[in-house]
Design a protein around this ligand. Structure first.
Ligand code: HEC
Length: 108
């Protein structure tokens, strides 16, 4: 459907690579998106760099560094997600949910 055209009208962030359109997600990425929706979306915009409660996560894993300056490796991300970081609370999830979520984060 027309999902590919999802308005990436992000003034000021035009140099960031666009997220993978949902129509191209693998089943794992799709499951990860559901985890994100349940556990992260209330505090983060996934496809924008605008802050909600935490920083926008567009292109998170394609950049050299996360807002904190740390590289966006799976290990580092998993640690932030499970244990929290600064003002961000940790989220309990199973290892397969975590793997799905990491796969999804790489599409952003
Ligand atoms: C209650 C709100 C809240 C929830 C829920 C939340 N975050 Fe955060 N997140 C934050 C805040 C606030 C920060 C900034 C933390 C700081 O710098 O002190 C942050 C920072 C981050 C960062 C940047 C880390 C860095 O090193 O710069 C990532 C990545 C992130 N969150 C991902 C996630 C993911 C994935 C989830 C879902 C499992 C999630 N967050 C859930 C509030 C939240």
């Amino acid at each position: 459907m027309g999902a590919v055209g999802l308005a990436i009208a992000l003034a000021g962030c035009k140099t960031l690579p666009p997220p993978l359109p949902p129509s191209q997600w693998t089943p794992q990425e799709r499951r990860g998106a559901a985890v994100f929706e349940a556990d992260c979306a209330r505090c983060h915009y996934p496809t924008s760099t605008r802050s909600l409660h935490g920083p926008g996560l567009q292109a998170l894993t394609k950049l050299k560094a996360m807002p904190s300056g740390a590289p966006p490796t799976d290990e580092r991300l998993a640690d932030r997600i499970v244990h929290g970081y600064g003002m961000m609370p940790g989220t309990e999830m199973t290892d397969s949910q975590l793997q799905d979520l990491l796969a999804y984060l790489r599409t952003l």
